[in-house]
Design a binder for this molecule. Structure first.
Ligand code: HEC
Length: 148
């Protein structure tokens, strides 16, 4: 091997050895990751919301209802006034149907349940897909009354 070839080979060897280890492959996002990225700015990491601006999820009566209804709200968003614990909320809940897939919505709802309503039945990807199809032609941002 010539001196140059040896130097080139050495550089190659060095660069191969300093490659990023395989552990740098990102892990799949958990429901908690999605909650923190997409929901926590408004509903807050502890789920207690912002008084008179974003309603709490931690104490929401919605968690006693059906998961179908929660999934519908996440897909379509929501607007109009709701009263929670004596405070009025008249903001807009964004529609997530364009941003979050079925797996992600199922994961985030399961995260909300695991924190604030443990023991709730598990939400599945298939359930979210069914509601996505059922609501495909519904108008975005229904009011509380229109959701029913
Ligand atoms: C930009 C702020 C904002 C973000 C981000 C947001 N929300 Fe909301 N959310 C609201 C507001 C405001 C309402 C109340 C809407 C109304 O008054 O009709 C609401 C309502 C809700 C409700 C109904 C609560 C009840 O007691 O009826 C649920 C469930 C909900 N959001 C879940 C989520 C989830 C899950 C995410 C993340 C994927 C999320 N929200 C992201 C602002 C937000």
């Amino acid at each position: 091997m010539s001196r140059w070839a040896r130097a080139a080979y050495f550089c190659l060897l060095l660069s191969a050895c300093t490659e990023e280890p395989l552990t740098s492959i990102p892990a799949p996002l958990t429901g908690r990751d999605i909650y923190l990225a997409k929901c926590a700015a408004c509903h807050q990491p502890d789920g207690n919301g912002i008084p008179n601006i974003c309603p709490p999820l931690s104490t929401s009566p919605r968690l006693d209802g059906t998961s179908d209804e929660i999934i519908r709200i996440i897909l379509l968003g929501m607007k109009g006034s709701i009263v929670r614990e004596g405070k009025t909320y008249s903001g807009i809940m964004p529609a997530w149907r364009f941003d979050l897939g079925d797996v992600q919505i199922a994961a985030v709802v399961n995260d909300v349940y695991s924190r604030w309503k443990p023991g709730s039945p598990e939400v599945t990807e298939e359930q979210v897909r069914r509601i996505r199809d059922e609501t495909a032609k519904k108008k975005l941002f229904p009011t509380e009354a229109e959701l029913r």
